[in-house]
Design a protein around this ligand. Structure first.
Ligand SMILES: [Zn+2]
Length: 451
């Protein structure tokens, strides 16, 4: 049928028709951030890609019919290392980074997922899965560590399309003498001094990273669900291990029906990553670009392709958005299905964007129907999220005015007020306002801030 959804399924390496397990309740799980440092553009891509998918599923199956779970990993080696480096309590770090992460999601105009569970609030569920795995002989304990035995799971390597013996030689694997097979991965380990720890049948300790997602997805979505998403780099070992844990613990043939992965963000053709030191944090972009510009830039390439990040890409996106905003309307309709069919074909955003360009061309010639379509499609994909006035204010304020210039204008304005030249004082206030500066007159002085 024409209006079916098709997504590329990493599990079967092919684009497949998407049929939900239950039409009344579509279930999607996406691996969320490990909150050890502020998100960068590489981290922003899955946020926006799976937000778009969430919007599309809601549109197709009904607004209240989709449950989207995105976890927050708030216990992990990286977090402990970073807190030690900064010499601050772990909770302070995870709370600050979580807060910044959520602010970044808002900046990118992502809808809130249905649920955002935190790993540290689900230790009980993790322990229970680990116990099941030990009882069923898929996991073993050694000196207070618990490992998953990959040899026991015949499908291991299916998602990443690798054979166990190839993996042993090629991948980066944590070396430990306690493991029976070097590929065995940790489910539970003892905590060192001062590290966060929880009581368990294997002594005080903390969970491995992979078990967190198996526990949280099962708790909120059940043993099987429709879509599991994340970045390409999570396929191995993280997602491979999630599958092994969940299928073995629950004795099920499949865990998630679809596995969808977004490609990397690159800078000069090199993957953007904290470890590479070539990352741009979302926060760095906030002063200069409206969040919609960043969102459009992130959607400009197909989600499975690499996205090469550059100033040109951002400036180009800004110019496009500026030109589209000439057609902004407050009232808008939901887009018709045939206006967003590009998305039905594995979220083909480049194709959709070229269609929006066509609408804009026709709207430029005065075609009001195309103008309507442009508005409804842009609002659907999370753009046109501010009205024209707000968008323009940001444009002005991003045109930068230095603190010195602001102070100088305030002095001039105070002098004008002193001389009862209120007209001039008002002009200066308006000028500053147009640059995104808000004034507050106090008894003796005038304070100001960026809006
Ligand atoms: Zn995960």
């Amino acid at each position: 049928m024409r209006n079916d959804l098709f997504f590329y399924n990493t599990l079967n390496k092919v684009k497949e028709k998407f049929t939900p397990l239950d039409e009344k309740q579509i279930k999607m799980y996406v691996c969320g951030p490990t909150v050890y440092d502020d998100p960068h553009i590489g981290n922003a891509r899955p946020l926006v890609v799976f937000d778009l998918l969430f919007r599309l599923l809601k549109k197709k199956f009904g607004n209240n019919k989709v449950t989207y779970v995105r976890n927050i990993t708030d216990i992990d080696d990286k977090i402990i290392d970073r807190a030690n480096e900064l010499n601050i309590p772990i909770d302070d770090l995870t709370q600050r980074v979580t807060k910044n992460f959520l602010a970044d999601c808002k900046y990118l105009n992502c809808l809130d997922p249905s649920l955002q569970p935190k790993a540290t609030e689900h230790i009980k569920e993790m322990i229970s899965i680990i116990e099941k795995l030990i009882n069923k002989n898929f996991a073993y304990e050694k000196e207070k560590h618990v490992y998953f035995a990959v040899d026991k799971f015949s499908d291991y390597g299916k998602l990443s399309n690798k054979k166990i013996d190839e993996l042993s030689s090629g991948a980066r694997i944590e070396v430990s003498e306690l493991k029976k097979n070097p590929l065995d991965f940790v489910l539970w380990k003892p905590s060192k001094n001062k590290e966060p720890s929880w009581d368990s049948p294997w002594g005080k300790g903390r969970p491995g990273w992979h078990i967190e997602c198996s526990a949280m997805s099962e708790k909120y979505l059940g043993k099987n669900f429709d879509i599991h998403g994340g970045g390409l780099d999570l396929i191995f070992p993280h997602h491979e291990n999630e599958i092994a844990q969940s299928q073995c613990a629950n004795n099920i043939k499949f865990f998630s029906k679809f596995w969808m992965h977004n490609g990397f963000v690159t800078i000069k053709d090199k993957k953007m990553a904290k470890s590479e030191g070539n990352f741009i944090s979302i926060n760095q972009l906030k002063k200069k670009y409206n969040g919609q510009v960043v969102r459009l830039a992130l959607l400009s390439s197909h989600y499975r392709q690499p996205l090469n990040w550059s100033d040109d890409l951002l400036n180009n996106s800004k110019n496009i958005l500026d030109s589209w905003y000439a057609h902004y309307e407050i009232d808008f309709d939901e887009p018709k299905e045939d206006e967003i069919l590009s998305l039905y074909d594995d979220l083909n955003t480049p194709d959709l964007i070229s269609k929006i360009h066509d609408f804009a061309k026709k709207a430029n010639k005065g075609d009001s129907n195309s103008k309507k379509k442009l508005n409804s499609v842009l609002k659907f994909i999370g753009l046109f999220s501010e009205d024209l006035k707000k968008y323009l204010v940001f444009k002005e304020s991003s045109s930068t005015i230095s603190k010195e210039e602001v102070e100088e204008l305030i002095q001039k304005r105070n002098l004008a007020r002193k001389n009862n030249d209120f007209k001039k004082a008002d002009q200066i206030r308006k000028k500053l306002e147009s640059k995104g500066i808000e004034l507050k007159d106090l008894k003796e002085t005038t304070s100001w801030h960026y809006k």
